[in-house]
Design a protein around this ligand. Structure first.
Ligand code: NAD
Length: 498
């Protein structure tokens, strides 16, 4: 049985807490590894190690830091297949989808390669008599990332690449459900030339997370996961004066206007609703057709597509999606389907009975499709995080705009239409952080920022893009005066530029 420890000070070390968690292979349902769960003392040791290594890294010039990122990109290409295979086997998503997970992370590493330019400060000559003013960005010190199971490559890279490029040392606490790839990424960073102690992976559960939150040497915490935990982390990190950005769950709506290209829309809904078994924070989980006729046309095309989804083991590249991450996740999603039926929604496609031949113990579930879901229902209010799409019929555009705007989550939303006016109005007015126009999963590209609103994001500043540089640095502003002959004596009033 594979045993996964921690990656601290440039090497893998064994856990000493005596506590472990099972890592499953979702496609077979078997336990494939044990991962160590760090104690408070082990976390403290890793943080002290990082703290000792950080000043020399911060003093390394930004071009050299960028070159290590570039080398890492090369090594990740070399090991792409190995990474994707491990990812698919621990998470359950298919290998092509796992490659996408890695790629979206690498794109943020590419962004971080621009660090010499991104960290430049500002300069104003002659802001006053003999006065010049300039600002500089400096790293924070030791920072931490706490990441979810559903993107075990992408989200760790979204966190550590900008943080490290800025000159910080990083403690990554990945999900205990699929920790294998984060460990591999840390090894690759070391091979790329990153000094030991700058990127550390400390595996664990709540005990490790709390140790990060309470540690006086951690300056900032970036979290991604479910909303209750995001809020908890935000509040506890803030209580000890840390910077915190905590991204949470989602309920992403797709609005389908009467003039939408229905074939393209159905393709988009199928991919975004059921890809990765719906275990994406940007998955479409609610479709909102506008008007009765639109709803009927949508259902007519959608039902056979959901019935014919191809579910397969993670290693089958032709599968539309693979198993869910754990049996507990599978049971939770099935529980939501039962709740939906009890609440009076119409289950148009029922995938609960799906069995994968040859993989009977895997965590598989067929696609489910609900019609006539209403905003009062639990299956509408809560995040299901599985292959379940709910259709909420709206009578007009205004009702369709209100639904995502009034939902407590505000991560992503999409509108399908050929009408430029409607699309523009929607993008301007909807109360959601990321908007797609005929784009179902509007995850912004690496040099823009990613972040949801309302209960999908706690704290300030988004992930990747320019916000990530702001989040992982502090700004210092220097006002300098070289009077050369100007003598104006003691000044007792506040200096102004009058
Ligand atoms: P999760 O909240 O269960 O776990 C996330 C992290 O928090 C893990 O590292 C876990 O070990 C830790 N954690 C769990 N319980 C904890 C506790 N009680 N105290 C302290 N730490 C704890 O989330 P998950 O199931 O791994 O991931 C799925 C969730 O993440 C979904 O809600 C999804 O929408 C969300 N997500 C959001 C985004 C985004 O950018 N908004 C992106 C991906 C996933």
């Amino acid at each position: 049985m594979r045993s996964i420890g921690h990656f601290v000070g440039g090497k893998e070390i064994k856990g000493t807490s005596g506590r472990f968690a099972d890592v499953f292979e979702p496609m077979t349902g078997e336990v494939q590894a044990h991962v160590a769960l760090a104690s408070k003392a082990e976390m403290r040791e890793a943080i002290l190690n990082a703290k000792a290594a950080q000043p020399a890294w911060a003093a390394t010039n930004p071009q050299r830091r960028a070159r290590i990122m570039m080398k890492f990109l090369e090594l990740a290409q070399r090991d792409y297949d190995k990474l994707a295979d491990r990812l698919a086997r621990e998470h359950g998503k298919t290998v092509p989808d796992a490659k996408g997970d890695i790629q979206r992370g690498l794109e943020v590493v590419e962004f971080a390669c621009g660090i010499p330019h991104l960290m430049k400060g500002e300069y104003t000559e002659g802001a006053g008599p003999g006065i010049d003013i300039y600002s500089m960005r400096q790293p924070l010190g030791v920072v931490a990332g706490i990441t979810p199971f559903n993107f075990p490559a992408m989200i760790p890279m979204w966190k550590f690449a900008p943080a490290i490029a800025c000159g910080n040392a990083f403690i990554l606490k990945p999900s205990e459900r699929d920790p294998g790839v984060p460990m591999m990424l840390a090894e690759l960073m070391l091979e790329a030339g990153l000094p030991p102690g700058i990127l550390n992976v400390v595996n664990g559960d709540k005990e490790a997370v709390d140790a990060i939150l309470d540690d006086p040497d951690i300056r900032a915490v970036g979290f991604v996961g479910s909303s209750p935990i995001a809020q908890y982390i935000y509040e506890r990190a803030a209580a000890t004066g840390k910077r915190a950005q905590c991204f949470g769950g989602a309920k992403n709506h797709a609005i389908i206007m009467p003039d939408a290209d229905m074939d393209q829309t159905v393709d988009a809904l199928i991919g975004a609703g059921y890809g990765s078994a719906g275990e994406r924070c940007m998955a479409i989980s609610v479709a909102v057709p506008v008007g009765q006729a639109t709803a009927d046309r949508l259902m007519e095309k959608l039902i056979p597509r959901v019935e014919n989804l191809k579910i397969g083991p993670s290693t089958d590249p032709t599968a539309d999606y693979g198993p869910l991450v754990t049996r507990a996740a599978l049971e939770r999603v099935k529980g939501y389907v039962e709740t939906g039926i009890a609440e009076g929604a119409k289950l148009a496609v029922d995938g609960r009975g799906f069995k994968m031949q040859g993989y009977e113990n895997g965590f598989y579930m067929g696609g489910c499709l609900f019609d006539h879901v209403t905003p009062e229902m639990k299956i509408y209010k809560e995040e299901i995080f599985g292959p379940v799409l709910s259709v909420v019929r709206a009578k007009d555009y205004n009702e369709a705009l209100r639904l995502p705007s009034e939902h407590e989550y505000g991560n992503g939303v999409a509108i399908f239409t050929r009408d430029g006016d409607a699309a523009r109005d929607f993008a301007a007015k909807v109360e959601v952080g990321m908007v797609g126009i005929n784009v179902p999963i509007p995850v912004p590209i690496a040099y823009y920022t990613f972040g949801g609103w309302k209960r999908s994001g706690f704290g300030d500043l988004n992930q990747h893009g320019p916000d990530s540089i702001r989040f992982y640095t502090k700004t210092k502003t220097v006002t300098s005066r070289w009077p050369s002959g100007v003598k104006d004596g003691a000044e007792f009033s506040i200096p102004t530029m009058n």
